[in-house]
Design a protein around this ligand. Structure first.
Ligand SMILES: *[C@@H]1O[C@H](CO)[C@@H](O)[C@H](O)[C@H]1NC(C)=O
Ligand SMILES: *[C@@H]1O[C@H](CO)[C@@H](O)[C@H](O)[C@H]1NC(C)=O
Ligand SMILES: *[C@@H]1O[C@H](CO)[C@@H](O)[C@H](O)[C@H]1NC(C)=O
Ligand SMILES: *[C@@H]1O[C@H](CO)[C@@H](O)[C@H](O)[C@H]1NC(C)=O
Ligand SMILES: *[C@@H]1O[C@H](CO)[C@@H](O)[C@H](O)[C@H]1NC(C)=O
Ligand SMILES: *[C@@H]1O[C@H](CO)[C@@H](O)[C@H](O)[C@H]1NC(C)=O
Length: 498
């Protein structure tokens, strides 16, 4: 009996495997420093092309919402010899089914940057708050279900020189939270990583920073380098590729060229392709992404779009000649012994200042709870103008008048409401000022504030409310009774401990 059941299961598995290999691209998984097809267990090499045709005027450019353009371009990208596209920005509110289907039909995996031009970690003024967190996670949520999403990139060239290294701490928090989100939600664990520029003064530290520390959760699953060192008639040794390869030899996690294709000599010959997929680089790297599909102002195009039609340029033909003949030799997953590696975090120096103490996961519930206790809050006048300096300027003014410890972060100490939205932070400051002023201050502040009726009378436990991964704010059902709140909070805290 047991035997029969087993046979059935086996038969079922074989059929399922066959169906899945025919109708869908198999998810790509990571073992040690390499990528593998999760079903065939063959090593996978990224033969990618950046895909971000500039659209009309919208603030967020979403090439994967343009079904016509996807249908037009996918066959040509396949013909180029590519198996991956890298997209830098999407709009999570759009439907992506049509484009994702076309990509799948043409054997194209997706590497997706999950920040957008409106929600991202700012390299000079890094902050990680509820609106930014929600934006990242809505992108992850809308793509995690496609099996041919190869990877999420949590940041592209965010810390790009020795003056912007502190922002890396925030990107690492995004990585931690997106990995946690997928795990808690029992989604497929799409790898989450980082794409770096190639700045000599931080190159060594940044590659270590993203994979360092004891907390596996906050480590990047892979590291990409946007590498433009090989220009014109260069070669593996003189270009710098040999040095870069040596640096990543025992990295322990997959690395790939998240962009390549120096354009100082045009048309580009793409001589580097032979090296990227050749025997000196494939033991270390998992391929690369040529920059970029369409001709834009910066002159890196493979094709021109004229009146909606594609015109392949010489660069397209040259890259195609290279990409269609390379045949990287990989290893079978079962034969590959991944060595466990652990890496020390880079020390803080003059040129590297990224702390390993990460900001907390932003909690919408905690901020809502806090706001419910306020009798003076920011008005629509500031809420509506978050895109200009009003909120920031008001926060600066108020921080001169009341204690800002709760909303600020100073020297690696993150205030309990430091990840609330700017408008919520400002509300807290207005309230503190009015409440602490012997009843003399008006809740107005040139119209930026308005009185509110508190629905809560105790915010001691607000900051303990954890983010709700299902997107349902955890505090929405709580009434004004503080005893209910207390009971609930205790339950919450208890659950958190568990
Ligand atoms: C783009 O924006 C500019 C300025 O805001 C406007 O004049 C122009 O009509 C817009 N173009 C399109 C295609 O929407
Ligand atoms: C959580 O799982 C649901 C159901 O599978 C899925 O639709 C949603 O996108 C997932 N969200 C995240 C953030 O993984
Ligand atoms: C920072 O980078 C600049 C430009 O690359 C370099 O000149 C300078 O020496 C670097 N400073 C430190 C402290 O590494
Ligand atoms: C900034 O916000 C204020 C208040 O809403 C608005 O009146 C003003 O026009 C905005 N300024 C800019 C440059 O958008
Ligand atoms: C509030 O009033 C008390 C007593 O009159 C005074 O000592 C204190 O300085 C006042 N505080 C503020 C913020 O005005
Ligand atoms: C919460 O609200 C109550 C009632 O308005 C007030 O007494 C209390 O001081 C507030 N708590 C904080 C921390 O502001």
């Amino acid at each position: 009996m047991m035997h029969t059941v087993h046979s059935y299961i086996r038969l079922f598995c074989i059929i399922w495997i066959n169906i899945s290999t025919i109708t869908a691209l198999n998810p790509i998984i990571i073992k040690g420093q390499k990528l593998f097809d999760s079903i065939t267990k063959d090593q996978f090499f990224i033969k990618g092309v950046s895909y971000q045709p500039s659209g009309a005027n919208q603030t967020i450019q979403d090439p994967l919402a343009n079904a016509d353009a996807c249908a037009r371009d996918a066959p040509l990208i396949k013909e180029l010899g590519a198996n991956v596209i890298r997209v830098y920005e999407v709009d999570a509110s759009q439907n992506h089914d049509a484009c994702m289907k076309v990509l799948e039909e043409h054997g194209l995996y997706l590497v997706l940057d999950i920040g957008t031009s409106t929600s991202f970690i700012h390299r000079e003024h890094p902050a990680y708050d509820v609106p930014i967190y929600n934006a990242y996670r809505s992108v992850v949520a809308s793509f995690v279900t496609y099996p041919h999403v190869l990877a999420f990139i949590a940041g592209n060239e965010v810390s790009n020189d020795n003056a912007t290294t502190q922002a890396a701490t925030y990107v690492k928090a995004v990585i931690r939270d997106m990995k946690m989100l997928m795990r808690q939600n029992k989604s497929r664990a799409v790898p989450v990583g980082y794409a770096s520029n190639d700045d000599p003064s931080i190159r060594e530290s940044i590659k270590d920073f993203f994979v360092c520390g004891d907390d596996e959760d906050s480590q990047a699953d892979f590291f990409g380098v946007n590498l433009y060192e090989w220009c014109g008639g260069s070669n593996f040794d003189t270009s710098g590729y040999a040095d870069r390869t040596r640096e990543f030899e025992a990295y322990g996690k997959p690395v790939f060229l998240s962009e390549y294709g120096c354009n100082l000599a045009r048309p580009r010959a793409f001589d580097e392709v032979e090296a990227i997929f050749g025997p000196r680089m494939t033991p270390v790297w998992s391929g690369g992404v040529a920059y970029e599909w369409t001709q834009e102002k910066n002159d890196y195009g493979l094709v021109k779009i004229v009146d909606g039609q594609v015109q392949p340029m010489k660069d397209y033909e040259n890259l195609k000649q290279r990409l269609t003949v390379v045949d990287p030799k990989g290893i079978h997953m079962d034969e590959y012994n991944a060595q466990p590696t652990s890496r020390q975090c880079p020390p803080i120096t003059e040129s590297w200042k990224a702390s390993t103490i990460l900001p907390p996961t932003p909690s919408e519930g905690a901020c809502r709870c806090m706001k419910e206790n306020l009798s003076c809050v920011s008005s629509d006048a500031v809420v509506l103008s978050t895109s200009n300096a009003t909120v920031g300027a008001q926060i600066d003014i108020m921080c001169g008048l009341v204690d800002c410890g709760e909303i600020r972060e100073e020297r690696e100490k993150y205030g309990i409401f430091s990840s609330c939205s700017p408008a919520d932070k400002l509300s807290r400051l207005y309230h503190l000022y009015v409440a602490g002023s012997n009843n003399s201050a008006q809740c107005d502040f040139n119209g930026y504030a308005r009185p509110a009726l508190p629905t809560r009378n105790n915010m001691a436990l607000c900051s303990l409310i954890k983010p709700d991964i299902k997107g349902v704010p955890s505090m929405s059902t709580i009434t004004t009774s503080s005893s209910i709140l207390t009971v609930l909070s205790i339950v919450l805290v208890y659950t958190i401990r568990l």
